[in-house]
Write a protein that binds this ligand. Structure first.
Ligand code: PMT
Length: 222
């Protein structure tokens, strides 16, 4: 297993943003570039894993993974993940999934009027929480993107969604997070933590992948 601690392990990984259509020409989106998720897909493949990458729209070339599926909306991503989740050993949710979608996207372009526009949004399914609640559940790794109180919110998500691990990052600031080449992560699991300082996302992904492999092997040795 040296060098390939995830040989034969089936990984399902989400990456990138989702787009929630308002009408045929507009959508609600977010700033995820896909860089963190694509780098992690590559790093997990390099450790021997058989990776299926489910990605929202990005400008990046597909990394060399076993299988890749492109989706647009949170509902598409939910469908693609749930169709495969029972057949994976490890699930990693790097995608920035929209929590809400327009309730009733218009069939033709919305026209402007003099006053304004009120959008009615409805909740999207929480893909990560649904996968973590499966029986049996795969080893489940979530992310937490926060603009403040990173540790509190991340520990809250780890416990509430009963995850095996969560990688938290500060977003919306001058460094790290969305759209950049560098990032830093605080990684928590039920009995431990590791801080990975600011570095290139490809290197950060290799360190996180090694940590995931360590925790995964420990679980499966037990
Ligand atoms: O793509 P980059 O530009 O490289 O940026 C990387 C990143 C900042 C997007 C990434 O590091 C990151 O933090 N990804 C998670 C973004 C996010 O949506 O975090 P959240 O705290 O809102 O969600 C918590 C977790 O639940 C995430 O694992 C998310 O994938 C998952 N989720 C959220 C909502 C939802 N409806 N379904 C989900 O599965």
């Amino acid at each position: 297993l040296a060098g390939r601690p995830l040989a034969g392990v089936r990984v399902l990984l989400t990456a990138g943003p989702t787009r929630e259509p308002l009408d045929p020409v507009r959508y609600l989106g977010n700033r995820s570039s896909g860089r963190m998720g694509y780098a992690l897909a590559t790093a997990l493949s390099d450790l021997g894993a058989q990776v299926t990458l489910i990605s929202g729209p990005t400008a990046l070339p597909m990394p060399p993974v076993a299988e890749s599926i492109q989706v647009e909306t949170a509902l598409d991503m939910h469908g693609a993940v749930m169709a495969r989740a029972a057949d994976c050993d490890l699930f990693v949710a790097t995608a920035a999934v929209a929590d809400y979608r327009p309730a009733d996207p218009a069939d033709s372009k919305i026209k402007k009027d003099a006053t304004g526009l009120t959008l009615h949004l409805v909740r999207n399914p929480d893909i990560l929480a649904e996968v973590a609640a499966l029986t049996p559940a795969p080893f489940t790794v979530g992310f937490a993107a926060e603009t403040d109180r990173v540790e509190d919110y991340a520990r809250g998500k780890l416990a509430a969604k009963r995850l095996d691990m969560i990688a938290a990052n500060l977003v919306g600031g001058a460094t790290g997070g969305f759209e950049r080449d560098d990032n830093a992560l605080m990684v928590f699991w039920p009995n431990g933590r590791r801080d990975l300082p600011m570095m290139d996302k490809r290197q950060l992904a290799r360190e996180l992948a090694a940590l995931i492999a360590e925790r995964y092997r420990e679980r499966h040795a037990a």
